[in-house]
Design a protein around this ligand. Structure first.
Ligand SMILES: Cc1cc2nc3c(=O)[nH]c(=O)nc-3n(C[C@H](O)[C@H](O)[C@H](O)COP(=O)(O)OP(=O)(O)OC[C@H]3O[C@@H](n4cnc5c(N)ncnc54)[C@H](O)[C@@H]3O)c2cc1C
Length: 468
């Protein structure tokens, strides 16, 4: 049966029809039941079967593998993640290096996986540019970002300063002043990765049930309309959808992120932009703006997020909506030569922020729940690392990963902090958004009130530091 999948450039360029796997048909008993066939659920299944082939593992997916953020994202496969500095803090020497290597490991780990299992996801290991371009204050902020990274223990092999012709050769943003380049990022086609991963996991003996929505789960039991699944361990790999299924949603804030894609550009058009290596890039602003040059030569561009009251998830998006026009304006400001290029696709998805602004991997053995997530907008690589960590925790293996500071053998409530209830969640999100937009508006003005600008920057810095 063909699957209804959200329209996106990834869906269109997948190059194969999306066929649904069978749904659950009756009751089932397994060792591990995983809810959600995104990167987290599938990497957890993959490593569990690699390490313990006899384990009986089932994945229950409401729609089809990759329907969530994993099939919709911007395709940055990063060797870093939101809040990684939180886990590196206080470590030095060998211990620091071990944690750093683990954080950076998803790129080579996934590259080796792709080679071993012959999965093509347009992978290219070209790094990332974080560029100060739109207003002078971005240069100060970029300078202090690099200083902080070096203070933390990173060096020039991790993050380099780029200016002048070196920057211009790499990427030409209007008014580009300087950039931080890191090699720790690869560019991928996210839907190809998640669909390829699903097939590999299936070949290892994991059963994937699609069109099988979980309505609830409790200790040892998962409820669906098609039957009950009994399992020793349940892995709710639901990220932005967590609140729709269980109380665990109080630990994550679901946030929408939106992307646009242009029609493929000619080589001549790309000469005005650069990105010959297909590296990813972002604008050094507090409100994230990010992009990549796809393998079929489109500009894929995303910016900002939005939180809907009550943590509602959004799955359908309309290219004609002002949300996309606003992103196009931002893209055209950075790359004026794109103004004449049609925007062919606009889509979005839901990611999740943890209250401590850092992801986690927890095995709550007493309640039979294993949980990983809270990646914010940086989960493509992190889901591999946290799925790998979770598999060691579930199998109760004492490994370097199970000893990482994000790995917990503990009750969930002892590790995670819940978000404030509504309306405080919504109000806090609005406040942060408003302050960040205010700061940016003043920084973009040619002659703003100096007092207002100083207050806005200090307030934004204060809020930003609370989130890191
Ligand atoms: C627009 C966008 C751009 C992003 N860009 C990047 C990027 O460039 N780089 C990066 O590192 N990160 C990025 N992210 C974040 C990254 O995509 C996510 O962190 C990552 O995909 C999370 O994977 P996951 O498996 O935990 O969750 P998901 O991929 O969301 O998987 C959850 C799955 O659960 C299923 N499900 C939901 N409800 C039920 C139910 N009741 N029963 C059964 N199944 C259910 C869903 O259908 C879904 O398949 C982006 C996210 C978005 C939305």
């Amino acid at each position: 049966m063909a699957v209804e999948f959200p329209a996106s450039v990834w869906r269109e360029s997948l190059g194969q029809p999306l066929m649904s796997r069978p749904s659950l048909a009756g009751d089932l008993q397994v060792d591990v039941a995983i809810i959600g066939a995104g990167y987290t659920g599938l990497w957890t299944a993959y490593y569990l079967k690699q390490k313990s082939p006899s384990l009986k593992v089932a994945v229950l997916e409401a729609d089809s593998a990759g329907y969530g953020a994993s099939g919709r994202n911007g395709g940055w496969l990063m060797g870093s993640f939101v809040g990684d500095s939180h886990y590196l803090a206080g470590y030095q020497g060998e211990a620091f290096q071990q944690i750093k290597q683990a954080i950076q490991s998803p790129i080579t780990e996934i590259e080796q996986f792709l080679i071993r299992h012959d999965v093509d996801c347009d992978f290219i290991h070209s790094g990332n540019y974080q560029v100060a371009a739109r207003y002078p204050e971005q240069l100060d902020s970029l300078t202090s970002t690099l200083a902080t990274l070096y203070q933390q223990g990173f060096d020039e092999s991790d993050y380099q300063w780029l200016q002048g012709s070196a920057l211009d050769d790499a990427i030409k943003l209007r008014r580009g002043q300087a950039a931080i380049f890191t090699p720790h990022c690869a560019t991928i086609h996210p839907l190809k990765l998640v669909r390829g991963l699903a097939k590999v996991v299936e070949n290892l003996g994991v059963t994937l049930y699609e069109q099988t929505r979980v309505s609830a789960f409790g200790k040892g039991i998962v409820q669906t309309a098609q039957g009950q699944v009994k399992a020793d361990i349940i892995v709710p790999a639901l990220e932005g959808y967590q609140g729709q299924v269980s109380q665990l949603g109080r630990y994550t804030l679901p946030v929408q992120s939106l992307l646009i894609a242009t029609a493929p550009l000619s080589d001549r058009q790309w000469q005005h932009i650069g990105l010959e290596s297909r590296a990813t890039y972002s604008d050094a602003a507090r409100q994230v703006t990010y992009g990549q040059r796809s393998k079929d030569n489109r500009m894929i561009f995303g910016a900002r997020g939005g939180y809907r009251f009550g943590g509602q998830v959004q799955t359908e998006f309309n290219l004609q909506s002002p949300d996309f026009a606003w992103r196009a304006k931002l893209m055209h400001d950075l790359f004026p030569s794109l103004k004449t290029v049609p925007i062919t696709h606009g889509w979005g998805g839901t990611l999740a922020m943890a209250r401590k602004f850092a992801p986690h991997a927890i095995f709550d053995k007493r309640n039979g729940i294993a949980l990983a997530g809270g990646y914010g907008g940086e989960g493509v690589g992190a889901a591999n690392l946290f799925g790998r960590t979770l598999s060691d925790l579930i199998l109760e293996r004492d490994t370097p990963l199970s000893r990482m500071p994000w790995a917990h053998l503990s009750e969930i409530k002892q590790v995670l902090t819940p978000w404030e209830p509504e309306p405080f969640r919504w109000l806090t999100y609005q406040l942060i958004n408003k302050v960040f937009s205010w700061e940016e508006r003043l920084c973009l003005q040619s002659n703003p009130s100096r007092l207002q600008k100083r207050i806005a920057i200090q307030l934004a810095q204060r809020l930003d530091s609370l989130m890191h």
